[in-house]
Design a protein around this ligand. Structure first.
Ligand code: NAP
Ligand code: GLV
Length: 326
């Protein structure tokens, strides 16, 4: 039977599912992810691995893992792996689409609302004894209802975010690689070039994957186009934003606020300037973190592994090896 490496303890029944098929499961015992040498050594002695977004799987690690047949990422994003290099070696790479979009969209909205109405900042002040009285001018935010929402990347999560915007009677505009005419008609969306979206949106929410094209998609030129007073929400990947340009836009006051579930790097060092802004919310990459969704993600990764170990095509591949290892 096969040997399966889990880089972290998984929620739900994923591990027992793998064991019930007779496979041997080795789980990295640490609270932190395995350091690169331990990860490489574990891959080299395994037939399959379930990884997370913080496990960087290099082509060298894959090349040094002669029995490895699949890397099942417990995430929808897979920028921590090179799927083409894996395919060249006959190794499947899989992700977990179709599961976490609603949960992640909920979190994007939680961040949007919290930034608009200064929820985190005012809670922090209240705990520090700053609540003296009701004030006609205290903690003024901006209205979400009726505002313009700009979605960058209209895939599964972007669509779920757009659907929620209808409840707030928002005008929703989007920028995405491929036009989505059916969604435009159903939800009343307008597709715009990136810079036009930035000029018009009161709230900008990022939902692109991290690729060579989207790395630093928002740089100095883009921040210069952002509508003054807009709010930026990022639940995609930290590297999609040029963080120095973000800091400059916050310092100048062009951006009213930012709410970030992802940063570059993660975790962000505590001395980073972003922590100095009261109008910046930073959460620790938790957008998919509901109990039910994380359990389903782990189970989906396990089902991908079981399929490949049974010489079947995995349910949700992101590459297609010409000659899968057997
Ligand atoms: P998805 O369904 O693949 O959607 C991504 C969308 O981005 C697609 O519509 C795609 O266009 C578009 N896109 C890709 N490259 C682009 C570019 N260069 N310019 C403009 N648009 C581009 O993915 P998803 O499930 O919505 O997830 C999006 C990302 O969110 C993931 O890759 C991951 O990085 C991140 N994420 C983060 C968390 C978290 O915990 N914070 C949780 C889940 C996901 P096409 O329609 O042409 O493909
Ligand atoms: C989380 O970041 C994911 O890509 O699922």
């Amino acid at each position: 039977m096969a040997r399966i490496f889990l880089t972290r303890t998984l929620p739900g029944k994923a591990a027992s599912l793998l064991e019930s098929e007779g496979h041997t499961v080795e789980t990295w015992p640490g609270e932190l992810p395995p350091p690169a040498p331990d990860l490489a050594a574990a891959l080299a002695r395994s037939d399959a691995a379930i990884t997370t977004v913080v496990d960087r799987i290099t082509p060298d690690m894959l090349a040094a893992a002669p029995g490895l047949r699949i890397v099942a990422n417990m995430a929808v994003g897979y920028d921590n792996i090179d799927p083409a290099a894996a395919a060249g070696l006959g190794i499947w790479v899989t992700n977990t689409p179709g599961i976490l979009a609603e949960t992640t969209a909920d979190m994007a909205w939680a961040l949007l609302m919290a930034a608009a109405r200064r929820v985190v900042e005012s809670d922090r002040d209240t705990r520090a004894g700053g609540w003296k009285t009701w004030s006609p001018t205290g903690y003024l935010g901006i209205d979400v209802y009726g505002a313009t929402l700009g979605i960058i990347g209209l895939g599964e999560i972007g669509e779920a975010v757009a659907r929620r915007a209808r409840g707030f009677s928002m005008r929703t505009i989007y920028h995405s690689r491929t036009p989505k005419p059916a969604l435009e008609a159903e939800l009343g969306l307008a597709r715009l070039p990136l810079h036009d979206l930035l000029e018009q949106a009161d709230f900008i929410s990022l939902h692109v994957p991290l690729t060579p094209e989207t790395r630093r998609l928002l740089g100095p030129a883009e921040f210069a186009r952002i509508k003054p007073g807009a709010i930026l929400i990022n639940t995609s990947r930290g590297q999609v934003i040029d963080q120095d340009a973000l800091v400059a836009a916050l310092r100048s006051g062009r951006l009213r606020a930012a709410a970030l579930d992802v940063t570059d790097p993660e975790p962000l060092p505590l001395e980073h300037p972003l922590f100095g802004f009261p109008n910046v919310i930073i959460t620790p990459h938790i957008a998919s973190a509901s109990e039910a969704t994380r359990a389903r993600m782990a189970e989906a990764a396990a089902l991908n592994v079981l399929a490949v170990l049974a010489d079947r095509e995995p349910p949700t591949p992101v590459n297609r090896p010409a000659k899968p290892r057997s």
